[in-house]
Ligand binder design. Structure first.
Ligand SMILES: *[C@@H]1O[C@H](CO)[C@@H](O)[C@H](O)[C@H]1NC(C)=O
Ligand SMILES: *[C@@H]1O[C@H](CO)[C@@H](O)[C@H](O)[C@H]1NC(C)=O
Length: 387
């Protein structure tokens, strides 16, 4: 039986949603040089010049927030052939399909589901490769005027390749798209923001599905320079530290010593200062300095953009998107699903979730600094249905 509280909550939500819906057209474009696939869920790009063995091709895709191409239906297959494959008979493209040594058959990337759509030139059971003991990989190639198909080959062969990534390139709330391929950045370090030691800063960024920012070139360095405050004693933590294991400086996500550096004069200094921060120095940009990791200061996080949300394999039409402000005033990008009238698919902090305002609720809590946060807990059903 509905309690008085539940009844009032429902009325509240009904009024709330009526008032706070603001229709907004938020385009979900592919980055420059990438093509949107027919389903609208992915962006794809072919890499012709630097041919790579299958595993390196996959790694190269991953380095830019993508993976090797998957072809799951005829629409996608035709699209890829038309845009990339039919132009030149001499080009072989690795795709994300392979058979692992000792494995049981052909699978896309890390999946273990059987293939539902196939486009073999010669079916694997009939292929000369059928008894081959090592890993085998698949490439796509044109063989007649408008014919192309999948061919089996040994993985350590250098071919061109096609990468694919989810279409989402929107950053959340206060995150801003960085000039680096597909990343969002947020600066925590204004007067009202946290000041923490390097370890806590690292953990805080991880809590947002990200990491302390890395700076690997002038573009990113200049971008950050324009976003941090020029103030005396106002440095901000970045993801660079001197590891105790190797006693060398490196970024959190790699072991190698950075090749691009922007140290301020006389840095890195000392044996005891093992963490790096950037500081805006007028006329010279955002320079790197080293500090005792226990010092408390602002920090800069970087994350991948949130995934593109699909529902039961169907990706949302762009014109059904809208921004919904929650009870705390935070805007969320949501999708209205016609076939389930009270259900909304929203994205928040890199996750897709569905919000059924009749059934679910949530609490709004103010944090220490008076900022409102959603408490995302059992009240929301988190879902991932994207590639
Ligand atoms: C860093 O600073 C803390 C607190 O001021 C101090 O206790 C510690 O010894 C310093 N660490 C190093 C390695 O200098
Ligand atoms: C950072 O702060 C946390 C919590 O105050 C503390 O537990 C940790 O030891 C500190 N780390 C460093 C490197 O100072």
């Amino acid at each position: 039986m509905a309690t008085l509280e539940q009844c009032c909550l429902l009325i509240f939500w009904t009024i709330f949603f009526t008032i706070f819906f603001t229709k907004a057209q938020i385009p979900l474009p592919c980055d420059r040089g990438w093509l949107k696939t027919p389903s609208g869920a992915h962006c794809v790009k072919a890499f012709y010049q630097k041919k790579k063995v299958w595993h390196d091709a996959r790694r190269a895709c991953k380095n830019i927030g993508a993976d090797l191409l998957t072809i799951r239906d005829k629409d996608m297959s035709n699209f890829i052939k038309e845009y990339f494959v039919y132009h030149d008979k001499r080009i072989e493209f690795w795709i994300g399909l392979r058979k692992l040594r000792g494995g049981n058959g052909w699978h896309w990337l890390d999946e273990d589901r059987p293939l539902t759509y196939t486009d073999w030139y010669v079916k694997p059971e009939k292929s000369v490769w059928r008894n081959y003991k090592n890993d085998l990989c698949v490439f796509l190639k044109k063989f007649r005027q408008v014919r192309a198909a999948w061919f089996i080959w040994i993985c350590p062969t250098k071919f061109s390749y096609i990468c694919q990534k989810p279409i989402a390139s929107i950053c959340f709330n206060e995150w801003e798209k960085s000039p680096r391929f597909d990343s969002c950045v947020k600066v925590y370090g204004g007067p009202k923001n946290w000041e923490v030691n390097w370890t806590i800063a690292k953990l805080a960024c991880q809590a947002f599905n990200g990491a302390l920012v890395t700076i690997r070139g002038d573009t990113m360095s200049n971008f950050l320079r324009d976003r941090i405050i020029a103030k005396k004693n106002f440095p901000m933590w970045i993801g660079l530290h001197k590891s105790t294991a190797t006693d060398r400086w490196h970024w959190l996500d790699e072991d190698a010593t950075p090749t691009y550096t922007k140290w301020s004069d006389g840095y890195p200094d000392g044996k005891t200062k093992r963490c790096a921060a950037i500081k805006k120095i007028d006329g010279r940009g955002a320079l790197w300095l080293t500090f005792n990791c226990s010092l408390r200061m602002g920090f800069i996080c970087e994350t991948a953009p949130p995934p593109h949300c699909t529902y039961k394999g169907r990706s949302y039409r762009e014109n059904t998107q809208m921004t919904i402000s929650d009870k705390c005033g935070n805007p969320h990008i949501c999708f209205y699903t016609y076939w389930r009238p009270v259900l909304y698919q929203c994205r928040w902090d890199g996750k897709c979730f569905e919000l059924n305002y009749k059934r679910d609720g949530y609490t709004c809590r103010k944090d220490k600094d008076g900022r409102a946060n959603w408490i995302l807990d059992k009240l929301f059903k988190l879902w991932y249905d994207s590639a």
